[in-house]
Write a protein that binds this ligand. Structure first.
Ligand code: NAP
Length: 553
């Protein structure tokens, strides 16, 4: 490993200490940390700019569902003190502007190659390094590869008969045109009712002459209560940032600073419980699920929260049949990612909006000018697919990754992803995942989890450099134990009861396994720190001269 950034050219091959895949929030911070430690780093990004998920997801109404004062980097005191978020939940263009600002402020762009995909990566056991092939046909060599590919970045095109023959324009929320889309005067169909649809439907409804929302499964949504941030509100955060960030990292289950509940839902009587839910509904946002401490553990407790939201839907939506169809009843509340909206349910009171219930039968086919469902034709000019992502593993699976013995990661993960701590997978030395399956990732404020993983990886690489170690790999036993633990903890909750993308259930043929670690970000951080403190327990590290294995397992 070189001590200072150095790029040696050997024939056609460029050599780096680390190749990072992706320039979203994870890739940008990884680059910043490693460069600061004197490693040479090259980042490859398939988009034409930084931002990752906020670069691609430009659909109308896209905004974060974690408050922006918290969904932001904490690594730079100056940055968090100086950046002015305009709203409680910043809209996508502002989050992208923030990502660009970070790239410029820390001079990151010079080490990022845009418009370039990593196509394959193969581990050379003799050289203990990775050969990485990019979409422009270049081969680079790096001792380490870090996959900062994002958990929700592989947009999923549904397999619906006739889709290719649709005569109008087709959009996917996760791959929205940069120039924006104006639906004024058009008849629009939206397929899907997850977070992306729930954010975009109210905005599209205000433009379209008519909007048809094709709903296979209703989701629970909580009002965002978005509003402009006042200077006083920003200041309150800034003054207390040290404690807010500490709490989010160490005490919170989900990486969000919030009041933690001490009581279970059934410990309160009917009136007190309702008052508490009303108060949470009025303040809005994801923390609705923190009304009580057992909503995700106890079905009877969960039912009280689900009933409350179903009642709210019935109050808001004027047509009783539409209200009933919008009320979720096939999964406990919170076991699918809860949605956060602005006027979603009220949008169905508009005369130009129709909810089409396709539950149990799906869409028959797409015709050149209509969606056919339940033997009815719904004439449309434009189609929006809000059909989600091949989550957590999809972006990794698109890269041809070959580890020891030429085994591919896709072969290894054929029965579901297997990792140690969500950071590495046995058989793939020197390959790190940021917020990989088996870590809290999508169950948390992503930036908190990203910073934790990046810092852990940076510390690990520094340790290896100091100790003249050439490779690190998860040991099979440690990985088996971690996978078992991740499953065991998930089974203690209600989460596995839902057919969610957390379980891979939205992708036909994908193995059903609960992918994120649900033990909480604070607990998880302590486990990771403990592993490092014990000399990277559960990992096997080797010096450059073979056979000098430093078995930490
Ligand atoms: P999603 O939650 O997976 O929702 C996809 C929707 O499309 C579901 O309603 C699904 O129905 C439907 N669908 C899929 N294939 C279909 C088909 N062939 N026919 C009919 N319906 C079909 O995807 P998403 O809304 O893009 O959200 C994914 C995740 O991204 C969220 O859970 C969240 O974590 C993240 N996200 C966050 C924000 C935010 O920060 N505010 C915004 C957007 C997304 P079924 O349920 O029946 O499968």
């Amino acid at each position: 490993m070189s001590a200072a950034p150095s790029v040696a050219e050997s024939g056609r091959e460029l050599t780096f200490d680390v190749v990072v895949v992706g320039a979203g929030f994870a890739g940008m911070y990884m680059l910043h940390r490693l460069r600061g430690l004197g490693f040479s780093v090259r980042v490859y990004e398939q988009g034409s700019d930084v931002g990752g998920t906020w670069y691609w997801n430009r659909y109308p109404g896209a905004r974060c569902d974690v408050e922006s004062m918290q969904y932001s980097y904490s690594f730079s005191e100056e940055l968090q003190q100086e950046w002015n978020w305009s709203e409680r939940y910043a809209p996508q263009p502002e989050i992208l502007k923030y990502a660009r600002h970070v790239a410029d402020r820390f001079g990151l762009r010079s080490d990022i190659v845009f418009n370039t995909r990593v196509e394959c990566a193969a581990f050379d056991e003799d050289r203990k390094s990775w050969g990485v092939m990019t979409s422009d046909g270049k081969l680079v060599r790096a001792q380490f590869v870090v996959l900062a590919t994002g958990c929700l970045s592989n947009a999923r095109m549904p397999d619906i008969k006739g889709l290719a023959g649709f005569a109008g324009r087709v959009f996917h929320t996760g791959h929205w045109p940069h120039e924006g889309v104006d639906f004024t005067g058009q008849r629009v169909g939206v397929i899907g009712t997850g977070s992306s649809a729930i954010q975009s439907v109210p905005v599209i409804a205000r433009q379209a002459s008519h909007l048809f929302v094709f709903q296979r499964t209703p989701n629970f949504s909580i009002p965002a209560r978005n509003a402009p941030l006042t200077a006083e509100e920003r200041e309150a955060f800034r003054k207390n940032y040290a404690e807010i960030r500490r709490f989010a990292r160490e005490d919170a289950r989900n990486g969000i600073y919030a009041e933690l509940p001490e009581r279970g839902a059934l410990e309160d009587g009917e009136n007190a419980r309702r008052a508490r839910y009303e108060q949470r509904w009025a303040s809005g946002g994801l923390t609705f699920m923190l009304a009580y401490n057992n909503l995700i553990l106890d079905k009877a407790a969960n039912d009280t929260a689900a009933d409350f939201v179903r009642e709210k839907i019935a109050e808001i939506v004027s047509d009783p049949m539409t209200a009933r169809r919008l009320q979720p009843d096939n999964h406990p509340i919170g076991t699918k990612r809860i949605c956060v909206d602005t006027d979603y349910y009220a949008t169905f009171n508009r005369p130009n909006v129709t909810l089409v219930d396709i539950h149990g039968r799906g869409i028959d086919e797409i015709l050149p000018h209509a969606v056919r469902a339940g033997s009815e034709n719904y004439e449309i000019d434009a189609l929006v697919l809000a059909t989600g992502f091949d989550a957590m593993t999809g972006s990794v699976a698109k890269i041809d990754i070959r580890g020891r013995g030429g085994k591919t990661l896709n072969q290894k993960w054929a029965e579901g992803p297997k990792t140690y701590l969500g950071l590495m997978s046995e058989g793939f030395p020197n390959l790190f995942l940021i917020t990989g399956p088996g870590s809290p990732s999508v169950l948390s404020n992503m930036i908190v989890s990203i910073e934790q993983h990046v810092d852990w990886i940076a510390d690990c690489l520094s340790f290896m450099r100091r100790s003249a170690l050439a490779s690190i790999e998860a040991s099979p036993d440690a990985e088996e134990r971690w996978v078992a633990h991740v499953n065991e903890v998930a089974e203690m909750t209600l989460y596995p009861q839902a057919n969610s993308w957390y379980m891979g259930a939205n992708i036909p043929g994908k193995p059903r396994i609960f992918m994120p670690y649900i033990g909480g970000v604070g607990v998880y951080r302590r486990i990771c720190n403990d592993v490092a403190a014990k000399g990277y327990e559960g990992f096997t590290m080797r010096a450059r001269q073979a056979a000098q294995a430093v078995a930490m397992s």
